[in-house]
Every structure is written in structure tokens, then in C-alpha cells.
Write a protein that binds this ligand. Structure first.
Ligand SMILES: C[S@@+](CC[C@H](N)C(=O)[O-])C[C@H]1O[C@@H](n2cnc3c(N)ncnc32)[C@H](O)[C@@H]1O
Length: 342
């Protein structure tokens, strides 16, 4: 999800507090800061890079799908790894990367974008069309819903995103291919593991160092796509809900699906739950770096605009005049909003 919090909105309000607010986030979140310094659109880039260090995800891969891709740091990783640093490696001509998200995303070299909902059949069909005849080698999904704070609901919606991604994967992935997806390790996670094990011979739950320990987020790395004999991909299965009943998740012994858990990386990597000093290196003084690519049309844009113009609490606001007409957001305000994200 876009990383944006009300604290930042307050800190960005007046000039003298701007530097403090910005550098304080740089201090609190080392991966946020490194992402800006290394030119990634989001700190999530490090999660995929760290998963790759453990699983060699990109070896032999030239065709990939990035589901739930905005603002696009995983697509950046795919573009750089598959096409080479300059965006045109030896295999540049054959590389195909398709990125999908509900949100609009700024363009990236060599990445075809689809704006749509991955749980909708029409979006799935559009993705599938890109890989007809030539299946993908890798499907990644970093999908996360807008969290409600109600853990059961959040976990359920996240699971539905994962299953939608799996369903699309069964249509586009080549046998032997790899599927990587964000997963919330909630109490019903066993059901998801068992569904994934139907399609992949290797399923590992991995936690990169850049994913906070305090978060239930992890990633399933599913290797060697091998659907059951005679399985015909269709649009409803495995989206079918099966039963999220208590009995299934309480199975014990050999009946319970337990997948290996891997903490990626060693203690030399930065700890995402720690606060680091701004001067990381005595030879290199700290300098604030702005975000690499501000998100375009983020979902919170209107809320920020209303807040900035003090329109949120006005009961007498004219109902027949749109907020845009009343005070169109200027460049600085949209920049201010977008700087809350990476
Ligand atoms: C954590 S962000 C992805 C970050 C991305 N991997 C990156 O590196 O920049 C989660 C994304 O999931 C997207 N998303 C949530 N539900 C979706 C859905 N049903 N269909 C498509 N995208 C969805 C959100 O719009 C959001 O951009």
C-alpha cells in the first residue's frame, strides 16, 4: 500500500518543520531512505531484491508479470534485472514485463501497464492475452488491500488478492515457473499453503530483512509450477472460497500443511525495525533525497486537497460546486502529497 501517514501530513505543513519531518522518516526507516538514494520508487524494491538473493528468482527469466505493481518498484527491479541496468540487456528484445494495478503508475522502460482490478475477470483476461502462446517464467504479486484495522477482514481480503493472483498465474505461467506473492501470516494461512501446494512442488514462506518484524507480512515463494494432471485453468477455481472453517485450520500431524519458513539474509543487512543515525557513513554527509517517482493520482489526493483548503469540516460547502472548481490543487500541493509516499 502507499506508505502515507497523518503524522507526515502534519509535519509537512510548514517550512521550518519540513526538513525535520523528512529527515525523521529517513532516520526511522532505513529502507525508505535507501530506496530514494538508490532511485527506487518504493522501499518494497528491497523485499524483492532480498528474496532474489535467496531464491535466484531471475535466472533464465525473460517474461514476467507484476501484479499489484504501483508505484512500480518491483517493476523497476524486474526491468533492471531482466533488461539490464541500462534497460536494454542482451536479451532486451525478448523481454516482456506486464505490470497491473488499480492505481495509475508512471511509465517504466520496457514495462507494459494495465490499470485494473486483478480480482475482475476482464483484467485477468487482458493479462492472459499478453501471454497467449508464450507463457511467463515468473509471476510476482505484492498486492495489499487498504487495511481496515480489523485483522480478520484484512487477512481475508489479502488472501483473496493472493488467490486472484494464483488464478491468473494458472493461466499464464509456464510449467516449472515461479510465483512469488505477499501473504499475511494470519490464523488461516494453512489453507492458503495447502491451495498453493496443489500447484507448486516447492512452497516456502520467506521474510526479507526489509519487511518489518512487527508486520505479519511475509512472501510465499512457490517454485516449479506443476498443476494437477488434467487441470484446466478457469476463472473461478481456485478463487472458489473453499471453507475457511475452523476444523481445516486445526488439522494436526501429517494432515496439516506446514511449509518451510525462511528468514532471508543475515545480520549484516539493515534491520527494518531499527532507527539509524542519518550519518551512516563518516565519509558521506547526510543529504536529503526526494522520492524517486511521486505517485500519480494517489487515492488520498482528494483528502489532502480538502484538508489543505480547510474544506473537510465545512458543513456549508456549496454542494453544486466541485472541489476542483473551488480551488484546484496547485503543483506544490500535489508534490507535497506525493512526498509522503515511497
Ligand atoms: C504494497 S503496494 C505494491 C507496491 C509495489 N510492489 C512496488 O514495489 O511499488 C500494493 C498495491 O496493491 C494494489 N492493489 C490492491 N488491490 C488490488 C486489486 N484488487 N487489483 C489490483 N491492484 C490492487 C494497490 O493499488 C497497491 O498499489
Amino acid at each position: 500500500m502507499w506508505c502515507c501517514c497523518l503524522t507526515c501530513i502534519v509535519l509537512y505543513k510548514c517550512g521550518s518543520e519540513v526538513t525535520m519531518g523528512r529527515s525523521s522518516k529517513d532516520k526511522r526507516d532505513i529502507y525508505y531512505r535507501l530506496a530514494k538514494e538508490e532511485g527506487w520508487r518504493a522501499r518494497s524494491a528491497f523485499k524483492l531484491l532480498q528474496l532474489d538473493l535467496e531464491f535466484n528468482l531471475f535466472t533464465g527469466v525473460s517474461r514476467a508479470v507484476d501484479l499489484c505493481a504501483a508505484p512500480g518498484s518491483w517493476s523497476q527491479v524486474l526491468s533492471r534485472k531482466l533488461r539490464g541496468q541500462e534497460g536494454k540487456g542482451d536479451a532486451g528484445e525478448e523481454v516482456k514485463i506486464v505490470a497491473v494495478d488499480l492505481q495509475a503508475m508512471a511509465p517504466l522502460p520496457g514495462v507494459t501497464q494495465i490499470q485494473g482490478d486483478i480480482t475482475k475477470v476482464s483484467t485477468a483476461q487482458e493479462i492472459i492475452r499478453h501471454f497467449e502462446g508464450q507463457p511467463a517464467d515468473l509471476v510476482v504479486c505484492d498486492g495489499a488491500p487498504d487495511v481496515t484495522g480489523l485483522h480478520d477482514v484484512d487477512e481475508y481480503i489479502q488472501a483473496q488478492l493472493l488467490l486472484a493472483a494464483l488464478n491468473i498465474t494458472t493461466h499464464v505461467l509456464k510449467p516449472g515457473g515461479t510465483f512469488v506473492a505477499k501473504i499475511f501470516r494470519g490464523k488461516d494461512v494453512t489453507l492458503l499453503y495447502s491451495q498453493l501446494k496443489i500447484f507448486f512442488s516447492g512452497v516456502t514462506c520467506a521474510k526479507p530483512r526489509s519487511s518489518r518484524n512487527s508486520s505479519i507480512e511475509a512472501f510465499v515463494v512457490c517454485q516449479n509450477y506443476s498443476p494437477p494432471d488434467g487441470y484446466v485453468p478457469n476463472m473461478s477455481n481456485p478463487l472458489l472460497d473453499h471453507s475457511y472453517d475452523v476444523d481445516f485450520n486445526q488439522l494436526e500431524g501429517p494432515n496439516r500443511v506446514i511449509v518451510p519458513f525462511l528468514a532471508c539474509g543475515d545480520l549484516s543487512a539493515f534491520d527494518s525495525d531499527r532507527t539509524y543515525p542519518l550519518e551512516l557513513n563518516a565519509d558521506k554527509p547526510y543529504q536529503y533525497t526526494p522520492p524517486t517517482q511521486p505517485p500519480i493520482r494517489p487515492p488520498y489526493q482528494q483528502a489532502c486537497h480538502l484538508r489543505k483548503n480547510n474544506l473537510l469540516s465545512r458543513e456549508d460547502a456549496p454542494s453544486n460546486q466541485s472541489q476542483e472548481e473551488a480551488d484546484p490543487p496547485d503543483e506544490s500541493s500535489s508534490k507535497e502529497q506525493s512526498e509522503q509516499c515511497v
